[in-house]
Design a protein around this ligand. Structure first.
Ligand code: GDP
Ligand code: IMO
Ligand code: MG
Length: 432
């Protein structure tokens, strides 16, 4: 997996596939790690040296000294969360120094974005079933709306007091009437928000830079660059289960705009997929198990959100969805995580086709409504009972686990290049 100069790693399902831990493994061979979309809605876990780290905004390569870590222009950055993360990782932010670059073009999540996110979610919920998205409340959607409406505040604006004041006034002129008249909430005071934003600017200033030039210079000098996707293909604003998606481009293509890399420079695309499926928030999920098997997956896989603490919905692996992900992203290989979680189940199932309105379909439907009407067509697999967490080669795995992996490769039309058999850095089978 490590031979390409530029690798892009994306989530191949509904997020939380284990991207952080795979980035951590691959970052050993990279000099630059770049996040390119999303914001603090992400929660990427890395377990190294027996310690658990959760990254919301910082790239998961941050644990290695001397890696250049970049927060690309495609992100929406909550400055408070960024500060928390930087100081949590290292008590003296200065010591991170030139290791971290925050693109000046990244958009800033303002407190009114978070407030509007939560209020809009509550409003959708009041409309009854089928409207709530179950957002993380991190202000992601409202911040991207402002970006595309061309009124957003960018990281570069935080360090220019006059520009900041003008943009903040423009925004409050619009946000405050919405808060007061539509939601009956208190308006934001300009002075307080301006002071806070100037303070964020002072903190962020040493990191703000030109990510495009940094990435280009790294590429030209032959450095290996790893792009770290957030969320997952099925949460992509275009290719996911719209409207039950996030507000950014989580697929490979998002990396070209949000990470400032030309498509021709991308050498390899890796999709991270769990050996089963999970989803947080609302939206169709054909293989969801609302029974004791689903509970067991949640318990054995510790499936609780690292950003919101919500229990994740759990279900069997869906190779129709995975095959779709392989195509949309042009996956060269799959990093299959959490295979160890399937040890000890009485039965294992994989969804191999969909039954929609009595018709069998092998392709993932473009519409969330159609996906909501799916009855999964399952194939059963021989379970295994062995603890596989100590396996380091494919040949160490029980035959039934090897067959399970081989079936995934065949049905999704992509090689499995890495297998996760536990949360730790070392709990990894490297194949490609
Ligand atoms: P991400 O958002 O894609 O980075 O994934 P999360 O960090 O939100 O969720 C993945 C969870 O699974 C984390 O708690 C990881 O520590 C854990 N994990 C990752 N890979 C494995 C694995 O192979 N086996 C087990 N048991 N846990 C894993
Ligand atoms: P990582 O990077 C799983 C989900 C939310 C909600 C929908 C929209 O850790 O895989 P948003 O706050 O983005 O507007 O919420 O997307 N969601 C995630 N689910 N993992 C994530 O990130 C997610 N980020 C957002 O639960 O359904
Ligand atoms: Mg996560």
């Amino acid at each position: 997996m490590e031979d390409a100069q530029v690798q892009v790693l994306i989530g191949a399902q509904w997020g939380d596939e284990g991207k952080g831990r795979v980035v951590d493994v691959l970052a050993e061979d990279a000099q630059v790690v770049v996040r390119y979309q999303g914001g603090a809605n992400a929660g990427h876990t890395v377990v190294a040296g027996g310690k658990k780290y959760v990254f919301h905004l910082l790239p998961s390569g941050m644990l290695y000294p001397n890696r250049l870590c970049i927060i690309g222009n495609g992100l929406v950055v909550d400055p408070e969360k960024l500060r928390e993360e930087i100081t949590g990782l290292d008590p003296s932010p200065e010591s991170i120094g030139t290791r971290l670059v925050v693109s000046g073009s990244a958009h800033i999540v303002m407190p009114y974005h978070k407030k509007l996110d939560v209020l809009a979610e509550a409003r959708r919920s009041r409309h009854g079933e089928g409207f709530a998205i179950g957002t993380t409340g991190r202000g992601i959607g409202p911040c991207y709306v402002d970006k595309y409406n061309r009124i957003g505040i960018r990281a570069e604006d935080l360090v220019l007091p006059d520009v900041l004041a003008g943009k903040l006034r423009l925004n409050l002129e619009e946000k405050n009437p919405i808060l007061e008249k539509i939601y009956g909430e208190a308006p934001f005071e300009f002075e307080k928000l301006y002071e806070d934003a100037l303070e964020w600017g002072r903190f962020i200033a040493p990191y703000v830079g030109d990510s495009m030039s940094e990435i280009d210079a790294a590429f030209t000098s032959g450095k290996k660059i790893l792009f770290e996707g957030a969320q997952g293909t099925l949460l992509d604003v275009d290719h996911g289960t719209y409207p039950f998606v996030t507000s950014s481009s989580c697929v490979t293509g998002g990396c070209c705009t949000g990470g400032a890399i030309s498509p021709g420079r991308i050498g390899r695309v890796i999709g991270v997929a769990k050996a089963y499926c999970t989803r947080v928030g609302e939206g169709p999920f054909p293989t969801e198990l609302k029974d004791s098997t689903g509970d067991l997956l949640r318990k054995n896989g510790a499936e609780f959100g690292v950003t919101t603490g919500r229990p994740r919905r759990c279900g069997w692996l869906d190779v129709v969805a995975l095959g779709y992900s392989v195509k949309v992203n042009g996956l060269d290989s799959i990093a299959l995580t959490k295979l160890d979680v399937l040890s000890g189940f009485d039965e294992l199932r994989v969804c191999v086709a969909y039954d929609i309105d009595g018709k069998r379909r092998d392709a993932f439907p473009g519409s969330a409504a159609a996906l909501g009407r799916v009855t999964p067509v399952y194939r059963s697999f021989k379970p295994w009972s062995e603890d596989i967490s100590g396996c380091r080669r494919v040949s160490d795995l029980p035959e039934a686990a090897r067959d399970y992996v081989a079936f995934i490769e065949e049905s999704a039309s992509a090689k499995v290049g890495l297998i996760g058999v536990g949360p730790g850095r070392e709990d990894t089978i490297r194949i490609l």
